[in-house]
Write a protein that binds this ligand. Sequence first.
Ligand code: CS2
Length: 474
Amino acid sequence: MPADLPRLRAPEKRPAIGIVHLGLGAFFRAHGAIYIAEAMEKSGGDWSICGVSLKSPGTRDALAPQGGAYTAVELAPDGTKPRVITSVAEVLVAPEDPAAVLSRLTDPAVKIVSLTVTEKGYCHDPATGALNPDHPDIRHDLAASLPASAPGYVVRALALRRAAGLAPFTVLSCDNLPDNGSVVRGVVLDLARRIDPDLADWIAAHGRFPATMVDRIVPATSAEDIEATARLTGYDDRAPVMHEPFRQWVIQDDFVNDDRPDLAGVGAQLVGDVTPFEHMKLRMLNGTHSALAYLGYLAGHETIADCAADPVMAGYVKRLWRAEIIPALTPPEGTDLDQHADALFARYENPAIRHRTWQIAMDGSQKLPQRILATLAENHAAGRDSHGLCLAVAGWMRYVSGVDLDGNAIDVRDPLADRLRLDGQTGAARVDALLALREVFPQTVAETWRDPIVQALHQLETKGVRDAIRALPG
Ligand code: CS2
């Protein structure tokens, strides 16, 4: 980093804070925070954001000296466009000062609490969507009034708001979970009921938990990205975010007192039912992302763009869409799913986006149910081919053994990693042990797809990724 570059700074005057965002990762800063910035520019309103990091201080340390401002860098195949975003006006680190977070959450001016805490941040059982009361953070939050988990912050803050005679805030989940509004509502109500049943009744009556579908590919920012942004912009920004040109945000229009920024005015779709959008997104994009992450990693590909440039992998992902995923979907009104698949493939091909297979492979135990297993369940009911998705599941099973097909160690990141390794066991015994994990595999999926998964893992382990793909029927 050239030492003489001026540090990026936010302007002195900004609209007041009206949103608290839990989980201030790159995705939210490259997606929701940009829509909110544009909505305030277009239609006004006090919707600046207090971003809360639930774990580490890294983002705050980089953003605080910049007053929360950062550069969002659009990476298109034909060029790079930087843009300064100033909608994040405050950054808190929850473990450093949980009381400060609760105090911000109980500010009457705060109308919305949005979340990108990743799948595992909901402390739920991914196969059923229900709260896991044995989760260490939930056990902590049941015993202590200063919380540790995202659901814990929401519940304790709603209790304080109720005691103060305030309205609840709208809870806006922006994670890639099926029916994310209902999931967060379910875990919040369950936790609240264990603390105070009257509080749970009040939240059930007055709280709002709109479902959302969020879409934009945002790879993790690397040290090289920070350097390149400085060269491009001529200032020093320690927390830029990289993103593709495409974006979509579909939101169930159900906010407390209808209080929200003018998101529709800047291209978000406010709808009655998000379900068809969300199924399309989770299964077509995230489902194939995960399939490419495991099989691509095992085939030696570093990024999704590398996978898309490999004709065997490209044929595989197109086959998944055509034969296995699209036939199980109901298209959202006005959407042609074949065209959607073509557009997705073009997004995957974007060579400017270095989205690592290893990054997407993280937390597979939390991602597989909604991305792949839901389609498997429906395909079984419809008697449809699913050999390609079974190969993806087999790829995950091999990946989480912690040893790749050449015998090299894999750095597996997953909350269940210790239980998934199974001492590197391979073959049918490995499949059976993993299919028995009820928090991941529903019983019917485990029973009906066992044999094709065993066969797929055998193909992978004996022939390698490309020949296993070539051996797929159809
Ligand atoms: C990816 C998503 O990391 C992952 O699991 O599949 O982050 C994906 O890039 C976004 O959902 C795209 O909208």
